[in-house]
Design a protein around this ligand. Structure first.
Ligand code: AMP
Length: 283
């Protein structure tokens, strides 16, 4: 397993692999890796001859009052996890290597990025699409792996890859959780002991919503009210949004039909956590 810091090095290595006819899987991350990231890397390793993992805290996807400066970093730990998962290369560039001094291009989607986190974090998805466009061009993978944990991001990536004719298969992977149900996240490290306990309210509340849908409830407001009421029982929780949308275009709906995404964003103290479930109606 090798760590490289420059675009040139990645290009040379991947070019050599491609010359040998090898397939390349790619897992983009912001580092501080955990079992959720590892599940993506393991899937890529099982489906491709070579796997590249990028570790890059992308400055342009953070808003001015967000946690760019405090985002957790530990490249030594990340290297060990990536090596253990069997990947071949980590790309860990500095911001200067990615954006230089005069970067003026922005890639963005419309529609699919306008609601949920897109509405709350106006610069976020433009930053994500732009860095992924660059990373896809640098790594030139056959397949790229994304977690369902960031469900809107997955929908956005699928859309821009289709719209812009990237020849890359986008593969979604299930949410990996702690034993007690909290979705694994690099940001969980911000939580103190009391907040860590309080954070359980996210998965618990979603479970109540899912149960209602499974029991036949089809009214979106009724389900979001159940989830909201449950979240509000936790004094440390402050709701950013509780929404149900169609899982392809990420547009608000009134009635649950087809494949829906139920997504929430909740502050626990100062930490903003997201979680979700997908439900496919059979009728
Ligand atoms: P991040 O480092 O937070 O940008 O995440 C990198 C990738 O890992 C994204 O595709 C995430 O959706 C995915 N990921 C993060 N947490 C989890 C999790 N708990 N389960 C599955 N995938 C995850």
């Amino acid at each position: 397993m090798k760590l490289v810091k420059t675009v040139k090095e990645v290009r040379e290595i991947v070019k050599e692999w491609k010359k040998q006819g090898l397939s390349v899987g790619f897992v983009p991350t912001m580092g501080y890796l955990h079992e959720g990231h590892k599940s993506l890397i393991l899937k890529s390793v099982s489906e491709n001859d070579k796997t590249v993992v990028s570790v890059f805290v992308n400055p342009i996807q953070f808003g001015p009052n967000e946690d760019l400066a405090s985002y957790p970093r530990d490249i030594k730990h990340d290297m060990a996890l990536v090596e253990d998962a069997g990947a071949d290369l980590i790309f860990n560039p500095e911001p200067e290597e990615m954006y230089g001094s005069h970067f003026t291009t922005l890639v963005n989607t419309t529609e699919v990025s306008e609601n949920l986190c897109g509405a709350k974090r106006p610069v976020h998805f433009g930053g994500v699409c732009t860095v992924l466009t660059k990373l896809f061009n640098i790594v030139n993978p056959n397949r790229a792996y994304f977690g369902q944990k960031d469900a809107q991001q997955l929908a956005v990536v699928k859309r821009f890859v289709k719209d812009l004719n990237f020849d890359i298969e986008i593969i979604g992977c299930p949410i990996i959780r702690e034993d007690d149900g909290l979705a694994k996240s690099s940001r969980n490290t911000y939580l103190n002991k009391e907040e860590r306990k309080a954070a359980l309210i996210l998965s618990k509340s979603l479970k109540l919503g899912l149960e209602a849908i499974k029991n036949g409830e089809r009214n979106v407001k009724t389900v979001t009210d159940i989830i909201t009421k449950s979240l509000n029982t936790e004094p440390l929780a402050r709701i950013d949004y509780v929404s149900i949308v169609d899982n392809e275009n990420i547009q608000y709906i009134d009635t649950i039909k087809g494949e829906i995404l139920c997504a929430i964003a909740v502050y626990i103290g100062k930490t903003r956590l997201i979680d979700n479930f997908i439900y496919k109606c059979e009728e």
